[in-house]
Design a protein. Structure first.
Length: 714
């Protein structure tokens, strides 16, 4: 391995929790997640948050769906290096076990098909900074491939490849490709120390979903760890009455919560009780906790549906045996829902040296197909009328059998049994995906519900029927993509660079073409812009290329239709000919575009005056500042109240004091422009009160200070 690769591996995810070792992200599509070098993403393994990762749609903040995952590998009989025989033997990483002493990372790398574009706003890089690339490989068919190689205490080497695509109809799933090989390697070295045939071998995954982080506090704190998550399955016995014939899948959504927060009775025609299916944002103030937790904007009052995602996994391929690589229709052999706090499967102290624990675990892994969670809640399938029955207060299927589970329920899938002789391998492939209503649909349906134009059932059907249908269409695309050999049509390559520069009367956008610009039916470029927040709605503001209003392909655009003091965000795509879209992989017809996530800006650009060195020219606007006036509050749509400082030095420090001399806020202004803004809060995020404030401007270039008064009226 090259020195560059070694450095990349050592630094990837260096700010993350030590319990999971090195981590990295797949973040080039609308479904984004972090991954561990140990091959499974455990509870709070990246940061100490209950919901973190598996974000969809990732262009918006706090769309995290993942709470925890677990991987157990069990074998019927195993003789270790000390010649001790275990019946059975089970090793673990997750949902709370960190895998130490059982899973030993050997290789962890992330490869891209091409170098990601350089995105710069006003001289500074602007990106989400999630992925750490090991290198590029132009021969890749996917846009990203994450490679994880792990030796295990069973002498099995696990090779996990996770593929991500940026094509707009295939960017909301990850394909997991596992190869398990009986190498006899039982630690972090590739030295063979065991030589035995493994029989009764099972691979078992657990998925704990919680939909979704943005609205967790709006419903009830316990929803953040998935206490109300509903789990369902298709394609497996014993419930043959509701089966499709083409997809074997387990999936989850934000189910009924019997202790959900309730708005005041009479506050609307629909709010006598709070039906939390889809999570209408009735009162975003409920989300603003005293400790600063919560993610909702207090101005978000449309009753937008904040939890309309569906998420799950579907089987793609499983070898019949190490000597027969054809797909086995009997796999996966175990499908189940289990208590997320099950005392057998979720111990942080689970041990590969405790025969009693491993016997209970192995029994769960090999249990076969159990009834579906949602079917037990309501056998009629009318899940928009679900009650707490079977969701929170049902007895656990496993463990101590007591009623209730404080953690809700998780899906689980097991493959096996396999017999693996030394040197033999078995290959398993599945997809994890998310889909559901778009943000625009969530807003539209929420408005209708708020206004009484649709009732609760219509609201719920919009979420449950549409979400499930779209998720299964995504599963079908992923399966078709894999079966095609990853030969889906590709969009044109994005530009190599994208530069955004603020000026006094425009925001200038420039870009350079990819070396592969002519590939994949390239036609031209499109630019999209959002106002106030990078995670708000974008509109196309420019297009160039044959057949457009600007038929010549150009590499610059000046955006002039702007409001001073307003923040703007951009992304640019390359688009292609409709005829270049072959439709492989169930791709709908029409032109394809490169992914927004390659060129998305995360730093605000805005109109800025040139800097001024004359202290007499400095202006504060508005002044007086009437903090309660509607005209003031609506000056800049979608952002907090702002006070502007105009005609200031390009390199200065701005300190705001109370009339008694208490420093409440400092602005480090060093971008060379003559404008700066303050969102009328203190450094501790408290809204300022009425009174007189002193604003001190210090010009760093000459040391001169200028003092101005600001009057605030409430």
């Amino acid at each position: 391995m090259s020195l560059v690769c070694i450095i990349a591996l050592l630094t990837a995810g260096s700010d993350t929790a030590l319990s999971q070792g090195q981590t990295n992200w797949l973040a080039s599509g609308s479904l984004q997640n972090w991954f561990s070098e140990k091959g499974c993403e455990i509870e709070e393994g990246y940061v100490q948050q209950q919901q973190y990762g598996l974000r969809w749609p990732a262009q918006y903040k706090h769309q995290d769906i993942q709470a925890a995952k677990g991987l157990l590998i069990g074998v019927q009989t195993f003789t270790d290096q000390a010649n001790i025989t275990w019946t059975p033997k089970v090793i673990h990483v997750g949902p709370r076990m960190n895998g130490d002493g059982e899973f030993f990372p050997v290789q962890f790398a992330l490869y891209a098909k091409f170098d990601p574009p350089s995105v710069v706003v006003d001289g500074q890089p602007s990106s989400s900074n999630l992925e750490t690339l090991t290198g590029t490989d132009p021969s890749l068919l996917a846009d990203r491939m994450l490679l994880t190689v792990v030796n295990t205490a069973l002498g099995i080497t696990m090779t996990r490849k996770v593929y991500q695509f940026s094509q707009q109809y295939h960017d909301n799933y990850h394909i997991y490709d596992f190869t398990f090989t009986n190498t006899g390697y039982i630690d972090g070295t590739n030295v063979k120390k065991l030589n035995q045939t493994l029989t009764g071998l099972y691979f078992y995954w657990q998925y704990r979903y919680a939909i979704c982080a943005e609205v967790g506090y709006e419903v009830n704190n316990s929803s953040r760890w998935g206490i109300n998550t509903m789990n369902d399955a298709r394609g497996f016995p014993p419930d043959a009455a509701h089966q499709p014939t083409d997809v074997k899948a387990q999936f989850s959504w934000h189910g009924f919560h019997n202790a959900a927060a309730k708005p005041a009775v009479g506050s609307s025609p629909n709010a006598a009780t709070y039906d939390n299916i889809g999570v209408p944002v009735f009162d975003p103030v409920l989300d603003q906790l005293p400790n600063g937790s919560g993610f909702l904007d207090p101005a978000d009052t449309t009753w937008r549906l904040g939890g309309a995602q569906f998420v799950g996994t579907a089987d793609i391929h499983a070898d019949k045996s190490p000597t027969d690589s054809t797909d086995d229709p009997a796999q996966p052999s175990t499908t189940d829902y289990i208590a997320s706090d099950d005392p057998v499967l979720t111990k942080a102290t689970a041990s590969q040296l405790n025969t009693g624990e491993m016997t209970a675990e192995y029994a769960i892994m090999t249990a076969g197909h159990l009834p579906r969670h949602a079917w037990l809640v309501d056998p009629s399938g009318n899940f928009d009328a679900q009650t707490v029955m079977g969701n929170i207060n049902s007895p656990s299927l496993h463990g101590d059998g007591t009623s209730g589970t404080s953690g809700g329920w998780s899906n689980a899938t097991g493959y096996g049994p396999y017999t693996l002789a030394p040197g033999q391998s078995v290959h398993i492939v599945f997809v994890e995906a998310a889909d559901g209503l778009t943000r625009e649909e969530c807003i539209r349906i929420g408005r209708l519900y708020k206004n009484g134009a649709i009732n609760t059932k219509a609201k719920n059907d919009s979420v449950l029927i549409t979400g499930q249908t779209r998720l299964f269409n995504t599963f079908r695309r992923a399966i078709a993509n894999y079966n095609s050999g990853f030969n889906i049509p590709q969009p044109p390559y994005p530009p190599s660079t994208f530069t955004v520069k603020s000026a006094g009367n425009k925001i200038g956008l420039t870009w350079t073409p990819s070396p592969n610009q002519s590939a994949n039916g390239f036609v031209g470029y499109r630019i999209y812009r959002a106002t106030a927040r990078y995670d708000s709605s974008y509109a196309k503001i420019f297009e160039c290329g044959p057949g457009t209003a600007n038929p010549t392909v150009v590499y610059s655009y000046d955006d002039i239709d702007l409001t001073r003091g307003q923040d703007y965000y951009y992304y640019i795509t390359a688009f292609g000919l409709a005829s270049a879209n072959t439709g492989v992989g169930n791709t709908p017809p029409g032109p394809l575009e490169s992914s927004r996530f390659f060129t998305q800006t995360y730093t605000a650009a805005n109109l800025k005056r040139p800097s001024v060195s004359d202290p007499d020219s400095i202006r504060i606007a508005p002044n007086p500042y009437n903090i309660s006036a509607d005209a003031t509050r609506l000056r800049f749509a979608g952002v907090p109240d702002r006070i502007a400082f105009f005609n200031i030095p390009g390199n200065c420090e701005i300190k705001i004091y109370t009339e008694l001399g208490e420093l409440i806020y400092t602005i480090d202004h060093n971008d060379g422009t003559g404008d700066a803004y303050w969102n009328s809060v203190t450094s501790s995020n408290q809204v300022i009160v009425s009174g007189v404030y002193l604003v001190v401007f210090t010009n760093r270039d000459n040391g001169k200070r200028t003092i101005k008064k600001l009057v605030v009226i409430r």
